[in-house]
Design a protein around this ligand. Sequence first.
Ligand code: DAH
Length: 329
Amino acid sequence: MNTLLQKLQDAQNSQELEAFRIEGLGKKGIITQKFSELKSLEGEEKKNLAKELNEIKQKFEAIYWAKKSQFQINELKTALLEEKIDVSLFQSISHRSIGHPISYTKDRIIDYFMHLDYELCVGPLVEDDFHNFSALNLPDFHPARDMQDTFYFKDSMLLRTHTSPVQIRTMETQTPPIKMICPGATFRRDYDLTHTPMFHQVEGLVVDKGDKASFANLKYTLEDFLKYIFGNVKIRFRSSFFPFTEPSAEVDISCVFCQGNGCRICSHTGWLEVLGCGVVDEYVFEAVGYKNVSGYAFGMGIERLAMLTCGVNDLRSFFETDLRVLEQF
Ligand code: DAH
């Protein structure tokens, strides 16, 4: 632990600093793992270790943020010097404006569902606990709440962790049949190669009277949609769990990087997970006062689809607004 603190202290640049942060506090980091050992302890032993670990974590974070801001200032100074533009120079190459890969992917998703007559819905980014969690069958203290590291405000308000609350808001204000999608920003406390604290999702919801909206409809729609986005890939539905759907599934496509043969990106499985879906749980209908209806829902991360279609493996490059990167798409 002390060596790690020392390493962090000695980091020479942001890349090294980030690597050491992940070594300590990343999902599989040394400190994170030590925290998970707390589960198996009890009483004094647990209390002491927790205290010790929290102290280390605080020290670690203090060094990290101090070094990070120092590097950021230095890097900005160097960049300002190196990237100085002489605006008086004649520019012979003109640049066409291009769409950002995330907007482009979002527009393609919207296009597909607009052609199927889905309505485009929106909802607030600052949500209440009821719409983001309870109405979606995630009552207080439900362990599945941990799946979504939430930014909280006072009074049970929060930054929405997914676009699923818009399902609830739409059902509260409309009567079936409903066919809607909701693209928008979502927020979670997460930051690494494939996660940023702000990201985008598209939610889909179909509700109809009686038992008209079935899993078969859902499967057909998503298969056709994924062929539209990714071309000729294999698709599989893997049974999974979401509190708001039953049955639930995650959908995988054959790896677009190795054509399903197995590579580092697909963890040698040949498959990449691209979205979650399922048949709307009865508890959700109960929360909005719906009776005698059936429905299905799905949710996908726009960044994830954009990374896979653009062949990008560091999500952060989408947000750095460096035209040299963005112009390549
Ligand atoms: N809300 C889920 C998430 O953020 C994604 C999701 C899964 C949405 C299944 C759905 C669904 O509507 O049916 O991870």
